[in-house]
Write a protein that binds this ligand. Structure first.
Ligand code: SAM
Ligand code: SF4
Ligand code: F3S
Length: 475
């Protein structure tokens, strides 16, 4: 198993999670599809668009893959390990197809884009290969594949945003939902495969975004996360009003939909997050005080090789600015250990940057070379695996310290928590999150609070990943 960060566990489990429709309103004669999603939130959000396209083509969702007529796997290429996991899963799907030869197997998403015909021809693993910008052609490709041909469309688009499609919420708790605002990425971080698998960045029109948010509020949702690889570069010109919509303005418009709706967003790029965005976060109580600001490395030379376009000093100045304008904001990050040519001293710079920044949580990885990326073409992947793993472990340990310290600082404080679910460990407890995105567990009271309600919680204890509290009267 990839040496995944301990603090990553929850995130990784979610990444591996199966997604399926829980609502079942289609008729019993319709064909059934099963979809499983891997990778980032964008992929989970895309699966909801795919579900909508399939439902309007007469398909009904199933949670049991063996009974599906169409088996879809929405894939991720970000690291080699992610692709290996998916290949293993495809082999299991092939076994199901042996007992049901009419079944179609389709691969969607970033791996479909990266490997294109290789999956179809060389490995004969699948019947359909569909890239992230081609989901509207699914019904046509399914027809082709049913007729015995292979259905392939991996064309990337400069315009497609699926803005007019109302996603069908998969595996939903009815409280939190993703809303995509941009697709693709124009940054060329040298380690990253995303610009190749998802194409050029484009912003979805703000009218359809706000329509979707309003619908979610009408349906009782209490929290949305605006999604994009680089949300701060959101830009859409409303040609009717002539008003350019920046990310700061979109955030404000989303916050104004309802004071009862929490607004989150991910991911911010350190070079693009503006003071306007920070002031907007500070201004609205319902914009969550949590910024995910991936740094990748704490050393300027390595950052340059990574083509991140900022220096260590620039990043630290951003941290200072956030702390100044939004003192209660949590800051989380991503780190890559053992990038090409990284020295021991440069690795120590990452640890010292983490110390200064006091990250509340991080996603941590060791470098995995991706074919076709700038780094794969220009640099040698020269850090031995053992060294990468050891450096990653040091980063994980450092984050463990920082997360514990951050949580201990919350003891005695009172937070507004949105209840999301029963606690997995104890049915007598609820679990929810603070505005800072910290998971909080607390005993149910005798009053009638329920998932979707906001409660005030006083923190009396913590673990590295969870705050433990009790319901109190409003702060
Ligand atoms: N767009 C976001 C950003 O710029 O920070 C995140 C994109 S990526 C989906 C999520 C994270 O995966 C990155 O922040 C990076 O830490 C990690 N990552 C990307 N490519 C990687 C690679 N080749 N090896 C290891 N980790 C990688
Ligand atoms: Fe990849 Fe960089 Fe774009 Fe993030 S900003 S998706 S790391 S290229
Ligand atoms: Fe993976 Fe593609 Fe997301 S490579 S991380 S699913 S954009």
């Amino acid at each position: 198993m990839e040496l995944a960060a301990l603090l990553n566990k929850e995130h990784d489990e979610k990444r591996q999670g199966e997604a399926f429709l829980t609502a079942n309103n289609a008729n019993h004669n319709s064909k059934k599809f099963y979809i499983e999603s891997y990778g980032c939130a964008m992929n989970f959000s895309d699966s909801e668009v795919v579900a909508a396209i399939l439902q309007s083509d007469g398909f009904q969702a199933t949670a049991v893959f063996e009974e599906a007529d169409l088996l879809l796997i929405n894939t991720c290429s970000i690291r080699e390990k992610a692709e290996m996991t998916i290949r293993k899963r495809l082999t299991e799907f092939r076994k199901a197809k042996r007992s049901n030869p009419g079944m179609l197997i389709g691969i969607l998403g970033c791996m479909a884009e990266r490997l294109k015909s290789q999956l179809l021809e060389e490995e004969k693993l699948v019947d359909l290969v569909i890239g992230p910008d081609a989901y509207r052609t699914l019904p046509l490709l399914i027809k082709e594949a049913t007729g015995g041909q292979k259905g392939v469309n991996v064309l990337l688009s400069r315009e497609e945003t699926y803005g007019d499609i109302s996603p069908i919420r998969l595996n939903s708790n009815g409280i939190t939902a993703f809303v995509s605002i941009t697709r693709g990425c124009n940054n060329m971080c040298s380690f990253c495969v995303v610009p190749f698998t998802r194409g050029r960045e484009r912003s979805r029109d703000s009218i359809s975004i706000l329509k979707e948010i309003n619908q979610l509020v009408d349906d009782g949702y209490k929290e949305i996360t605006l999604l994009g690889q680089n949300v701060d570069s959101y830009y859409w010109l409303n040609e009717t009003t002539g008003v350019p919509v920046t990310f700061a303005l979109l955030l404000e418009q989303a916050a104004l939909v309802s004071p009862l709706l929490r607004v989150r967003f991910s991911t911010s790029h350190p070079k693009d997050i503006t003071d306007d965005v920070l002031h907007t976060i500070a201004k609205y109580e319902n914009i969550c005080k949590c910024i995910h600001l991936p740094v990748q490395s704490g050393n300027t030379r390595v950052l340059q090789l990574m083509n991140r376009t900022y220096t260590r000093e620039w990043y630290l100045a951003k941290i200072d600015r956030i702390r100044m304008l939004i003192p209660e904001c949590s800051i989380t990050s991503d780190m890559i250990a053992g990038f090409c040519t990284e020295t021991e001293e440069e690795h120590l710079d990452t640890l010292s940057l983490m110390n200064y920044s006091n990250f509340d949580m991080s996603y941590m990885y060791y470098y995995s070379e991706r074919p076709g990326t700038l780094a794969a073409r220009r640099f040698t992947d020269d850090i031995p695996l053992e060294t990468k793993k050891r450096r990653l472990q040091e980063i994980v340990d450092k984050q463990g310290e920082l997360s514990t310290k951050s949580n201990q600082n919350d003891i005695g404080k009172i937070f507004k928590v949105l209840i999301e679910n029963n606690s997995k460990r104890d049915q007598h407890d609820w679990t929810g999150r603070t505005s800072q995105n910290k998971i909080t567990v607390f005993p149910k009271s005798n009053t009638a609070e329920k998932p979707g309600d906001y409660v005030w919680i006083k923190i009396y204890d913590c673990t590295r990943a969870t705050l433990l509290g009790k319901i109190v009267d409003q702060a």
